[in-house]
Design a protein around this ligand. Sequence first.
Ligand code: LLP
Length: 431
Amino acid sequence: MSESLNPNQNAPLLQKLAARLGTPFWLYDDAEMRRRIADVKALTSAPGLQARYAMKASPSKRILKEMKKNGLWIDAVSANECFRAEQAGFATGSHPPEILYTADVFRGDWQKAILKDGVLPNIGSPGMVGDLAKEGYKGPLALRINVGFGHGHVNACDTGGPSSKHGIWWEDVSGTIAAAKSAGMPIVMLHAHVGSGPKQQELRDNLKRLIGVFAGLSGSFPDLQAISVGGGLPWNYRQPETLDVPALAAILADGQKELSKTAGREIRLEIEPGRYYVASSCTLVTQVTDLKKTRSNEKGTGVEFIMVDAGFTDLVRPAMYGSYHRITIPARVDRPTEPFCVAGPLCESGDVFTRGADEMLEPRALPRAERGDLMCLHDAGAYGYAMSSHYNSLGRAPQVWVEEDGSIFLMSRRETLADLTAVETDEALHV
Ligand code: LLP
């Protein structure tokens, strides 16, 4: 978070926004996002390297436009994500393709996205060649491969290995290659995303495995233009730190050279991070509504709760994965800390932001808050708003964008009850 928008030093701005928009709200810092984009650009500055943005992390128009402005391409995972990318200005039908559509399942309106709009389908299941063929598709294809191992920040975020549903098992790709060939679909990309949070060694392992698949079946890929090692550049939520750009850039540049040498021609190497670009640029701002205590008894140890008006309908990561987000109370930074749990408004016991990896409550050292104080949940930009929901009939909170020059924009307004019920009908279905 830039100094200009460090929420801990900007209590008056937070107060003004809270007075105008109510709480909770999401606050994005353009300058911080640009710095993280610059890190990824520095990783991929050598020839033959290209970065995409895995837009599932935060798909709002303003963010997509920022990515486009910076020359990034897109990894989309649904037809609607493809359409959003198109609306934000990403090219369709381009060579190489700016929009990659990574799917394990084609659902709903996928045909239009693939067939009419010329995005590159990245199929993660053998039968999808048949799905495409049935629609008369004869365009280029990417194959998502399960390389046999995964490295997520929690098991739920591993995207490779025997228990992962993603991709086509690396030793079994030849059947899919043959099916694609007879359907007239040239394979232009091999792709594997091993999870959110791989270390340098795991990135190397992934690259080595993909090069191995390519070399082992080399005659099978006359049309190959690119290999993608997926996303997963880690963000340290406890102790913000930026990437080791020189080390990672060297791994990628060396990998691209080895790949091209193996192929005997230039092959592009791609990465497609999501989290790293956007995590640190956004703070979820919520309001303290009360403090209350439980007492210890034979069933367990009592805790003191700071109650706030944001819940896991806003930021689900702590409830879902036990994820850690730094918490600050800008108006109380001078107070000594005591152990508190922070809990939200939902009628569900899991609505607690201070959790450990084992999903147990984990009291946090925080200053004693007072009712009405604003609280910041930091590094909430990736899989924050994108995973928010309507549970308990709550509308999603507004998103606010602060430009480097200090100008402020409302990216999305607070959802109302009318937004939530707009899809409800009494239509009779005569089937
Ligand atoms: N590419 C593919 C094919 C992916 O499935 C993902 C993330 C990415 C790229 C981007 O990964 P990243 O760089 O953001 O780690 N909701 C979880 C993360 C799930 C990630 C799913 N796939 C969380 O909040 O941690």
